[in-house]
Design a protein around this ligand. Structure first.
Ligand code: AGV
Ligand code: CA
Length: 314
């Protein structure tokens, strides 16, 4: 089977780490590298958890190197969310061997990305499920890589209601943009094709008790048990949405790489607001740059795909 080169940069949330687990099960993916930015997670546990997931569930992918980011954001994530990274890192299934073997790169994430894109045979698809800081820095340092990027698939932005509830902000932004609005602004200036999984793209895939029960019923599969354990630390949607309600934001984004048929996309012209009370807002604009926005998804096909991948994880 012909494989697509994929480079994955994530920020250590539960759905970021589950996304890594899913990518490792996709036969058509050649994972050229992984890097971790300390936005919605802490750097050490998110990096260690990544290496342990590769060790435990990436047997058929060969060695996959992990790099730490040294990027810093403008607007920090709530610590309560970031602490999830410690929880996943401590799961017994990831610590049974007592070892960490996936190689740790000595390069910072943005230079690791440059190295892996330059070194790949052909083009690379970039999958980002956190802020775009490392990509913005990579493009500034090595403009030549743009020609070798097939496209960017990003969980970020919204054209509807934002999920940032912070003083000094008007609530119009999505967190991955808000953490570093200037980075998103920089990437928007590039010629890279962008597939955008925005907040509203994920409205049909909240974490619910029904989804949990589905995983619980199939916990005899170690991969499915892993999903259930990861999401055990996240509040589900029961009565009405709150600031802590969990969606499968990044996992849908990752699934759209392996199974493009589960999402529908349309072109939207837009720009990014880099400063002020709306900083991090993505806004439709007739003369803005085009992105391929995911506007609909098939949740049943998505959750089935997710469980199927998890069942085949050995
Ligand atoms: O805005 C969604 C992004 C995704 O990349 N993250 C979580 C996903 O990894 C930030 C976020 C928004 N609401 C959250 C978030 C919540 N209730 N808990 C944790 N993270
Ligand atoms: Ca994330």
């Amino acid at each position: 089977m012909s494989q697509t080169n994929v480079y994955f940069n994530h920020d250590g949330g539960v759905d970021d780490l589950v996304s890594l687990f899913m990518l490792l099960q996709m036969e058509q993916v050649h994972l050229t590298g992984v890097s971790v930015i300390p936005a919605d997670g802490y750097l050490e546990p998110a990096t260690d958890a990544s290496r342990k997931i590769i060790d435990r569930f990436g047997q058929n992918k060969g060695p996959v190197e992990v790099a730490k980011s040294n990027s810093r954001g403008k607007n920090p994530f709530p610590a309560a969310w970031r602490l999830h990274s410690f929880y996943v890192d401590a799961l017994p299934v990831l610590n049974e061997s007592g070892r960490m073997e996936a190689p740790l790169s000595s390069l910072p994430a943005h230079q690791h990305l440059i190295e892996k894109v330059r070194g790949a045979e052909g083009k690379t698809l970039l999958l980002f499920t956190g802020p775009l800081t490392d990509l913005a820095r990579a493009l500034d340092e090595a403009p030549d890589i743009e020609a070798k990027i097939e496209k960017l698939v990003w969980m970020g932005g919204t054209f509807e209601k934002g999920n940032v509830e912070e003083p000094e902000h008007d609530g119009t932004a999505e967190w991955n943009v808000f953490w570093d609005p200037e980075a998103a602004y920089r990437v928007w200036q590039s010629g890279i094709t962008i597939d955008l999984v925005a907040l509203e793209s994920t409205s049909k895939v909240p974490l619910t008790p029904a989804v949990r029960n589905r995983w619980a019923a199939e916990r005899r599969y170690e991969g499915v048990d892993f999903l259930g354990n990861c999401y055990a630390g996240c509040p589900p949607l029961v009565y009405s949405e709150t600031n802590s309600t969990y969606y499968l934001w990044d996992v849908l984004t990752t699934a759209s790489v392996g199974r493009p048929d589960i999402v529908k996309k349309k072109t939207v012209h837009c720009s990014v607001i880099a400063e002020g009370p709306s900083q991090g807002r993505t806004v439709e604009q007739a003369d803005g740059r085009p992105v391929n926005l995911v506007y609909d998804t098939d949740p049943e096909a998505f959750f089935t795909y997710m469980a199927d991948l998890a069942k085949q994880a050995a």
